[in-house]
Design a protein. Structure first.
Length: 369
């Protein structure tokens, strides 16, 4: 006998009875809230719902990149879900406009009710950072210690909050999107050569040296042109371009990376340069879009952090945060985080198409017939 599915309606499907009953604040009674406090609660709950969806989308993209061999047809799927994250972040930036209808005096009327509650306790935001791949060494302290340790202490004070730390601990043990992306880039064919080829290391080395030589020639030409046209200090101009060439060498050959990781990062960076340089090849079109989408994702996150800081400064100035943080000063520092540094750095040394090294084995980058 086949069961009959219960007919659903809009409010049941969205569990609106529960959703609309959780805006009561510390009193647990919405009728005791001022309109401004209800506004504050609703806006922050909306942020947390967006964080929930962002985490789901990031994990979908990460999981598809984490397999040993990523089918080419899966890259558009990853791009699609990461682009959704970008659109959510854009919407979250705009959401601060709603938040800013709360005037300083409006907020001060109920700020003390927050006690030590603070946005730094958003464990979902910490999860987003960890799923993306932000390293603990990069995360700044809030002025009162490591933010994760602050959450740990809050959880330790009440066993009923253990589930919060369980979420954080689980996220710390996941493969981050950054690691999955770097592994995927490492497998990129460079001049037709793949990592499993016995001559791959030599092929990558030759490509990097050819590319660095092209960068060096271009820098020398630019230096000579500036010397003749600007009438400036020739030595200073030459030194500046020499430093640029040295920076390109350090990046391309991963000389800024620990020796035990240098081989992998050298190939990853070669792959980034190769994809960006020969992006018009059919099989590099979607990989290039994936890289652009990840850069945009981090850009939107930086914009969100910056917008957050300005909203807070506009509302409470540079007061100490409710959780004891340094407030706006801390928020401004977080805007300096870069998780996907290589994807940004490669843009410094890209070359125009006529200056690129000759492409070898172009047939390796065409569609199969």
């Amino acid at each position: 006998m086949t069961g009959t599915r219960k007919a659903a309606n809009y409010w049941d499907y969205l569990s609106l009875d529960r959703l609309l009953s959780i805006q009561g604040g510390v009193e647990g009674d919405e009728s005791r809230l001022e309109t401004d406090e209800l506004h504050f609660i609703v806006v922050h709950q909306a942020f947390e719902l967006w964080f929930k969806l962002i985490l789901r989308e990031l994990r979908v993209g990460r999981d598809h990149l984490s397999v040993p061999r990523v089918p080419e047809e899966n890259i558009p799927y990853v791009v699609h879900h990461l682009r959704r994250v970008n659109e959510i972040l854009k919407l979250m930036v705009d959401q601060f406009r709603v938040m800013e209808t709360l005037t300083p005096q409006d907020f001060l009327a109920f700020r003390d009710k927050l006690s030590t509650a603070s946005g730094f306790q958003s464990f979902q935001m910490r999860e987003v950072e960890m799923v993306l791949g932000l390293e603990d060494s990069v995360r700044h302290a809030y002025g009162i210690g490591d933010p994760l340790e602050q959450i740990r202490r809050i959880v330790d004070s009440n066993p009923s909050w253990q589930w919060v730390w369980d979420r954080i601990a689980a996220a710390k043990n996941e493969t981050p999107l950054r690691a999955a992306l770097l592994d995927w880039l490492f497998r990129t064919p460079i001049q037709g050569s793949t990592p499993d080829s016995p001559t791959d290391e030599r092929a990558v080395e030759l490509f990097l040296r050819d590319y660095l030589a092209a960068v060096s020639r271009h820098n020398d030409e630019q230096a000579a042109e500036m010397e003749s046209s600007s009438g400036g200090n020739a030595v200073e101009i030459r030194n500046r371009f020499a430093q640029s060439t040295q920076g390109a060498q350090d990046f391309l050959f991963a000389e800024d990376v620990l020796p035990e990781h240098r081989h992998k990062m050298r190939r990853v960076r070669a792959a980034l340069v190769f994809i960006e340089s020969y992006r018009d090849l059919p099989l590099l079109a979607w990989p290039r879009l994936l890289i652009d989408t990840v850069v945009e994702l981090e850009e939107q996150l930086v914009l969100w952090r910056t917008r957050h800081a300005r909203m807070v400064e506009r509302t409470i100035g540079r007061r100490i945060g409710t959780g004891g943080s340094s407030g706006v000063d801390y928020l401004d520092r977080t805007a300096g985080y870069r998780i996907f540094g290589e994807l940004w750095a490669v843009r410094t040394l890209l070359l125009a198409r006529p200056l690129l090294p000759a492409l070898e084995h172009p047939e390796a980058y065409g569609f199969a017939r």
